[in-house]
Design a protein around this ligand. Structure first.
Ligand code: DGY
Length: 328
């Protein structure tokens, strides 16, 4: 039995499963968080967390200051593949391991990306609103662009980006990509900058990790290069796109449309988006199916159980792969 701290409420399944195996402290239930941390921080061996879950209207970043409250912390286990809310580099310096839940959500997230892409280009949500508003009685819905022959530029060709590429090819799209480096085993056209990729793409799809390095890599210049017939899709993190630049581009028709599953201040969505007909907005549902969320939960629990037994957790993040001190 080890002592775990959960700062934000993960699913009942995760909470119940962990509570039967370990001592689970739920920080949001503590009547006085400061007093709880002062008395218990030294006992906590692992933090169990997830992105985008609010407590009292605020997200909980697992930043350096928070990590340093726990002198005996050895593991931070994240429910989700993206871990930009965790300072994994600082954790590594302290010999603390960080795990995430990759692979099990790849296909679901790629499906969501295709949903956004189809919806943005073919305007299916707008078409449904048109029917529901009774407008079909007076005139047919306007024709739209077609996916066939379009180039999909993928910004961040990792596991999820590749799963999207595979699907998009079946829809008749050509694929191009931009990333930290060219991948020799990938047949698609490679571009060294987001702006060059955008200029060569009809649809620019953001699938790179969040964090300080990628903040606003889609800016006004990239959107300008995408052009008035181009679409932007973001299934990664809101932080990668300069939201003001995107809103300006949409409002002034400098791009044709956008499909967004993620926003900088989730779950708050800038009300300017709600006035636009050319956007498709999803409430961060990328991995949101019963099956995939359960698989993510099981991998999260496996990471914790393996660490608790003194073994290496199966899905360490890149920053943790060289950490030696984290094993119990
Ligand atoms: C992920 O796994 O990163 C999803 O976006 C949920 O945070």
């Amino acid at each position: 039995m080890v002592e775990l701290l959960m700062p934000v409420p993960l699913s009942p399944f995760v909470q119940e499963t962990l509570a039967t195996r370990h001592t689970l402290h739920k920080l949001w239930e503590a009547p006085d968080e400061g007093a709880f941390l002062r008395s218990k921080a030294g006992d906590i061996g692992a933090i169990v967390t997830g992105a985008g879950i609010l407590v009292d209207g605020r997200a909980k970043a697992i930043d350096a200051a928070f990590i340093d409250l726990f002198p005996n912390l050895q593991l931070i286990a994240n429910h989700g593949v993206g871990y930009d809310h965790i300072d994994a580099a600082h954790a590594a310096q302290r010999g603390i391991l960080v795990t995430n839940t990759p692979d099990v959500l790849t296909d679901e997230t790629a499906d969501t990306a295709m949903g956004l892409l189809l919806n943005a280009v073919r305007r299916f949500s707008a078409a449904e609103r048109y029917l529901l508003d009774g407008k079909w009685e007076t005139a047919p819905f306007p024709l739209t662009a077609s996916l066939r022959g379009m180039t999909l530029g993928i910004l961040g060709l990792g596991r999820i980006g590749k799963a999207i590429a595979h699907r998009a090819e079946a829809f008749g799209m050509s694929i191009a990509y931009c990333g930290r480096h060219r991948q020799d085993d990938v047949p698609h056209a490679f571009f060294t900058t987001p702006r060059e990729l955008a200029a060569a793409s009809d649809v620019l799809l953001v699938a790179a990790p969040g964090g300080p390095e990628t903040r606003h890599i889609v800016d006004a210049g990239v959107l300008g290069a995408l052009g008035p017939d181009g679409f932007l899709i973001n299934i990664a993190r809101g932080s990668l796109v300069d939201e003001d630049a995107l809103l300006d581009a949409l409002e002034h028709r400098r791009i044709a449309g956008a499909g967004l599953d993620v926003f900088p201040s989730e779950p708050h969505v800038n009300p300017r988006f709600l006035q636009l007909g050319e956007v498709v907005l999803f409430p961060h549902v990328g991995s949101g199916t019963h099956r995939t969320r359960r698989d993510m939960a099981l991998l999260l629990v496996e990471n914790i159980d393996r660490w608790a037994k003194g073994d290496a957790p199966p899905s360490l993040v890149a920053e943790s792969r060289l950490v030696r001190g984290g094993k119990r």
